[in-house]
Design a protein around this ligand. Structure first.
Ligand SMILES: Nc1ncnc2c1ncn2[C@@H]1O[C@H](COP(=O)(O)OP(=O)(O)O)[C@@H](O)[C@H]1O
Ligand SMILES: [Mg+2]
Length: 270
């Protein structure tokens, strides 16, 4: 099976070498968890390996993506000039530019993506849509239908895609479920504050036809280098959801009230 490397240090080993060609993979997580940085690596690695890349950006402008990539020493501008990369800007709509979306409309998106593919010529192609959530923000119920439509239309165009889904800050849930149901794989990013410091994690929740790693890994993002996978997380998923200190206090209070009820002295439970 042909697999496309993401190029994120330590990540491809978790999925038997890379994402199977033709897959549609959901990249999900709250804001600031590393989804865009991950997609930039995937795009840059494709360019390095001779693939065509179509990068749709809805939350940041094209310039912002180019600048972010440059911070990790990926020169996206030079690949745009060489006709190997098209960045479709869906944020700065209405600007007079061949590769700007006029509306956040999924059929316009598909039209532009196919145009970009034809523009660059044939060959293995990577697609990033960062994010898909933008296309159903005002109507989350259509998320599944829209995702299915996108997959069905693009299926025959030999694309291996990362589709980003934003998770709400408060609920840890997607704005409109749907993408996850249609995806061939799910890469989940998480963040948590432990002892006053932000930690980020990545977990492969699903990758069809792949014996993928089942553990959550801590990740780091460094200037000049970008993302790298560190050690498997020592925290259980419950610990990642509830701060450790909080769960310790809950256990303490439970134990105290149990002792009060049974009349057991404090040292007897040690
Ligand atoms: N040059 C850099 N050096 C170090 N960290 C960076 C750099 N650029 C971005 N980051 C980190 O990446 C984070 C943004 O991650 P991003 O992938 O944009 O999140 P999202 O999941 O919202 O797409 C920033 O908050 C910062 O911690
Ligand atoms: Mg982002």
């Amino acid at each position: 099976m042909e697999r496309l490397r993401t190029g994120v240090r330590g990540f491809d080993e978790l999925i038997e070498g890379g994402i199977p060609r033709g897959f549609f993979v959901a990249v999900v997580g709250e804001p600031g968890t590393g989804k865009t940085v991950f997609c930039i690596h995937y795009a840059a690695t494709g360019l390095r390996e001779g693939d065509r890349v179509i990068y749709v950006t809805t939350e940041e402008s094209r310039e912002s993506i180019i600048r972010q990539a440059m911070q990790f020493n990926f020169n996206f501008k030079s690949f745009i000039e060489k006709n190997r990369l098209v960045i479709i800007d869906a944020l700065m709509r209405g600007r007079d530019d061949e590769w700007n979306l006029l509306e956040l409309d999924v059929d316009e998106l598909l039209k532009k993506v196919i145009e970009a593919k034809k523009h660059m010529g044939y060959g293995r192609t990577r697609l990033v849509v960062d994010s898909m959530s933008a296309f159903w923000l005002d109507k989350p119920v259509v998320a599944r239908k829209v995702s299915y439509h996108v997959k069905r239309v693009l299926y025959k165009w030999d694309m291996t895609a990362l589709l980003v889904s934003q998770y709400a800050v408060t609920s840890d849930m997607a704005y409109g479920f749907g993408l996850e149901h249609v995806a061939d794989g799910i890469i989940r990013f998480k963040k948590i504050v432990i002892k006053g410091r932000l930690h980020r994690f990545v977990l492969v929740e699903k990758m069809r036809q792949t014996n993928h790693d089942l553990r959550a890994y801590e990740i780091e993002i460094k200037p000049g280098v970008g993302m790298a996978i560190l050690n498997p997380s020592e925290y259980r998923i419950e610990d990642v959801r509830t701060p450790q200190e909080v769960s310790r206090r809950i256990r303490e209070v439970k134990e105290k009230s149990r002792r009060e009820l049974t009349g057991e002295p404090e040292w007897s439970s040690e």
